[in-house]
Design a protein around this ligand. Structure first.
Ligand code: URA
Length: 210
């Protein structure tokens, strides 16, 4: 992708996001909308995938038909909220390989702490799409990308639902080579690193843990 930040301002994405933001939207609706929106975002983050052609036969004629080139791409869910995005993206790209990075945010320092890391082989040969709904401080996202680069990934994109300007700046500084695709950029972070106006804690809202 050529630009560092892509905001998917499609009306369906924006409409669904507004419902997700509202406090009184129930967990089941939130989860369903996240699934739908992640497919629309996946469509955008894969827009410039490399293509090749293959010879096929239709009932009418032979043709050189377009098909995706290269190795299967890798989707990396940044736990736990990344799983909400992952499900929808996988529906659109069912043959993708899947990995998980477990990071939690130390609530005092706001710094990421790693507790799990399992990713597909040959990351260096694949397009790697890291998914996490909320790009807030950017600390855990930048740390996750560090780990993916450490595992060999060279072609990485970051897919989120909402981003704060602070998180975008942090990612741009740490990983200028990693394009970000998001549905919206909100105003700011609050004093505990939550996105404002945001949608609250994405994990809690999708899993009903609060
Ligand atoms: N993580 C969330 O779930 N929400 C925020 O606003 C920031 C980080």
């Amino acid at each position: 992708m050529s630009q560092h930040l892509t905001i998917v301002d499609h009306p369906l994405v924006q409409h669904k996001l507004t419902i997700m933001r509202a406090t009184d939207t129930p967990t089941a609706v939130f989860r369903q909308l996240l699934r739908e929106i992640s497919q629309l975002l996946a469509y955008e983050v894969t827009r410039e995938l490399e293509m090749t052609t293959k010879r096929i036969e239709t009932p009418m004629a032979e043709m050189d038909a377009p098909t995706l080139a290269g190795k299967k791409l890798a989707l990396i869910s940044i736990l736990r909220a990344g799983n909400g995005l992952l499900d929808g993206v996988l529906e659109l790209i069912p043959s993708a390989r899947v990995g998980f990075v477990g990071l939690y945010r130390d609530e005092e320092t706001l710094q990421p702490v790693q507790y799990y890391f399992k990713v597909p082989e040959s990351l260096d040969d694949r397009l790697v799409i890291a998914v996490d709904p909320m790009l807030a401080t950017g600390n855990s996202s930048a740390a996750a990308i560090d780990l993916l680069k450490g595992a060999g990934a060279t072609n990485i994109r970051f897919l989120c639902l909402l981003a704060a300007p602070e998180g975008i700046a942090r990612m741009k500084e740490a990983h200028p080579d990693v394009p970000i695709v998001t549905a919206a950029v909100d105003e700011r972070l609050n004093e505990v690193g939550y996105i404002v106006p945001g949608l609250g804690d994405a994990g809690d809202r999708m899993f009903g843990t609060k």
